[in-house]
Write a protein that binds this ligand. Structure first.
Ligand SMILES: [Zn+2]
Ligand SMILES: [Zn+2]
Ligand SMILES: [Zn+2]
Length: 143
């Protein structure tokens, strides 16, 4: 069974109809290298409207197939992720590569903040921006 078929079955098991345009969006997501935007998918899936692309990407995010990355220019990107659980990213401002971090490193902070503020904290967003090892090396070589 292809990844596409496996995902279609997963969505159907959760009660979502996998229409031909949703299927096209999923296929396009599976072909992406690196990170991508909803607009990138819109260009590739001519038959699918913006609402369908948004909704399908959100479903894939909920399934843990795709994660959201906020780049340092403020734009929201998505990427195929092997990590289904909540995590953060290292984003290179030189080459644009993104690395998934294994775990959330701020669970203690969230607990303290909740205790101190009385908030029930339901989520947070934290990305790390910088230059990856390859980009740092390239700078060192070329001066
Ligand atoms: Zn880099
Ligand atoms: Zn990720
Ligand atoms: Zn976290």
């Amino acid at each position: 069974m292809s990844d596409l078929e496996a995902l279609a079955l997963k969505l159907e098991a959760r009660g979502y109809r996998v229409t031909p345009s949703r299927r096209a969006v999923i296929a396009s997501v599976l072909q992406q290298q690196g990170h991508f935007t909803v607009d990138d998918l819109l260009h590739r899936c001519r038959g699918a409207g913006r609402a369908t692309v948004f909704r399908t990407v959100r479903l894939l995010t909920e399934l843990g197939v795709v994660c959201r990355v906020l780049l340092d220019d403020g734009s929201l990107h998505y990427r195929l992720s092997p990590r289904a659980h909540h995590h953060h990213h290292l984003v290179c401002s030189g080459c644009g590569s993104v690395r998934d971090l294994d775990d959330c490193a701020v669970t203690d902070l969230v607990r303290e903040l909740s205790n101190a503020s009385g908030y029930e904290i339901e989520g947070h967003w934290l990305e790390f921006y910088g230059r990856c090892a390859e980009c740092r090396q390239a700078v060192a070589v070329t001066g």
